[in-house]
Design a protein around this ligand. Structure first.
Ligand SMILES: CC(C)(COP(=O)(O)OP(=O)(O)OC[C@H]1O[C@@H](n2cnc3c(N)ncnc32)[C@H](O)[C@@H]1OP(=O)(O)O)[C@@H](O)C(=O)NCCC(=O)NCCS
Length: 160
């Protein structure tokens, strides 16, 4: 049976972490791998909430570290479904650092991840369609569509 379409809001994930000494690199700022791990977890929870199935990461693209995050800062990770295919979902993740004493926030990282919904035997299964509702949803949907196309185009260029 075909699953009912959903809006991005229905599966949105908002996660908050704090940068502890063990999360940092030699410069006292956050280790990039730690941020990537939080991104993957937030995005996986979001994808899984959209399709109500187990999911696996198949692709991570466009991960961009724009500014460092310092020890003691709070980290706010927002994940939402940007686009869906038949069995795949593109999840956009935005990471912000927040100084808990001033409340000042800063965009630090953006990433786009593709997940596939799987059944008990690890085979891809169809996911519900997406209803981009707000202006932001529509902008993210259109950008994700272009990202899928440009990845296909790049694949052709690299193969030839
Ligand atoms: C996910 C998996 C089951 C898909 O199997 P597959 O035989 O490639 O399946 P398909 O070719 O039918 O592709 C399924 C979907 O994934 C998409 N996909 C597969 N590989 C992809 C990639 N590298 N990048 C983006 N999308 C990809 C396909 O476009 C297709 O999307 P659609 O159904 O929405 O059109 C298999 O690739 C796998 O198990 N990968 C390992 C996942 C993993 O271990 N991740 C790390 C830990 S979570």
């Amino acid at each position: 049976m075909k699953k009912a379409k959903k809006t991005p809001l229905e599966s949105e994930v908002l996660m908050r972490e704090m940068v502890m000494p063990g999360d940092t690199n030699a410069h006292g700022t956050i280790f990039g791998g730690k941020v990537m791990s939080w991104i993957d977890i937030a995005a996986a929870m979001c994808a899984s909430r959209h399709c109500n199935n187990p999911v696996v990461t198949v692709h991570i693209d466009d991960i961009e570290f724009r500014s460092p995050i310092h020890i003691g800062a709070q980290v706010v990770i927002k994940a939402s479904v940007n686009f869906v295919g038949k069995t795949s979902m593109i999840i956009g993740v935005k990471v912000q650092s927040e100084d808990p004493y001033t409340g000042i926030t800063r965009l630090t990282t953006k990433a786009y991840l593709t997940f596939v919904a799987i059944d008990e035997s690890g085979k891809p299964v169809p996911v519900p369609g997406l209803i981009p509702k707000t202006e932001d949803d529509i902008r993210r949907y259109e950008n994700a569509k272009k990202r899928v196309q440009s990845r296909k185009d790049l694949g052709k260029v690299l193969e030839s």
